[in-house]
Design a protein around this ligand. Structure first.
Ligand code: NAD
Length: 243
């Protein structure tokens, strides 16, 4: 897949899925600006460290990426946080964090990126949502709600900006073997290796996803092979339903 000459911005680039997306984009020839709280150790053309809860930082990311790379054709809103528990166990801080990172930041970044992409003749945006935003699972009310919001925003933007040559789609993974998943197991007192192996037995394909399983679908959605896809929510789940 040839992406040489293209400029890309990836958020959450230091995380499990983010790293895999960045590596694939660069392998395909794109120049990549990476965003995360700590971006120092990520191999990339441009590092834009900051906190996505800072509205001015999120608003400014697309322009900063375009200024540094010369153009912006690709955006992957991958950063995300997971908050566990029902609404009755959800604090104001949980709300601010989840809505801020999972919904408000992608909204701000897309709002700033779309005009830049349109000026450059079009582009592709992929949002990393979740199967749990399409069909909610138990005890993750805020996570499910914020990923549902991101999925809906993706469908709306997919319709509203297609005429500008901008395709907006989302990947919706089920469980992926990343620090997000492993730290959740550790917090609940489980051995992460055992827990990942046990969880794999619940997946029809026999294992939970690796970050590259998700990154490959992100790259497909960015590529010209997905040229007629706008506003699609693509589940990547090994056959495992939410529940
Ligand atoms: N791992 C899974 O099982 C799974 C399943 C479905 C969807 N997802 C989604 O995939 C995406 C990537 O998740 P991951 O599993 O790679 O998680 P991860 O925790 O490994 O990576 C997430 C990254 O986002 C960054 N981030 C979080 N809050 C931030 C903030 N305020 N400012 C800047 N950066 C911030 C983190 O620093 C981290 O590097 C997320 O949107 C997540 O919701 C993950």
């Amino acid at each position: 897949m040839g992406l040489s000459g293209k400029g890309a911005l990836v958020t959450g680039a230091a995380g499990g899925i983010g790293r895999a997306i960045v590596a694939r984009l660069r392998n395909a020839g794109a120049a990549v600006a990476v965003a995360d709280r700590d971006a120092a150790r990520i191999e990339a053309e441009v590092r834009l460290a900051g906190d996505l809860l800072d509205g001015a930082y999120a608003d400014g990311l697309p322009n900063a990426a375009a200024a540094a790379l010369g153009r912006l054709d690709i955006l992957v809103n991958n950063a995300g946080v997971i908050t566990r528990g029902p609404v009755t166990e959800t604090s104001d801080a949980d709300w601010t964090l989840s809505v801020g990172v999972n919904v408000e930041a992608p909204f701000r970044i897309c709002r700033a990126a779309i005009p830049l992409m349109a000026e450059g003749g079009g582009g592709a945006i992929v949002n990393v949502a979740s199967c749990w935003g399409l069909r909610p699972g138990p005890n993750h009310a805020l996570y499910c709600m914020t990923k549902a919001a991101l999925a809906s925003l993706t469908q709306c933007m997919g319709m509203d900006h297609a005429h500008q040559g901008i395709r907006v789609n989302a990947v919706c993974p089920n469980e992926v073997d990343t620090p997000m998943l492993r730290s959740g197991f550790a917090k609940r007192g489980f051995d992460p290796d055992n827990a990942v192996a046990e969880l794999g037995k619940t997946v029809p394909l026999g294992r939970i996803a690796r970050p590259d399983d998700i990154a490959d679908v992100v790259l497909f959605l960015i590529s010209d092979a997905a040229r007629y896809m706008c506003g699609s929510l693509v589940e990547v789940n090994g056959g495992k339903p939410v529940g």
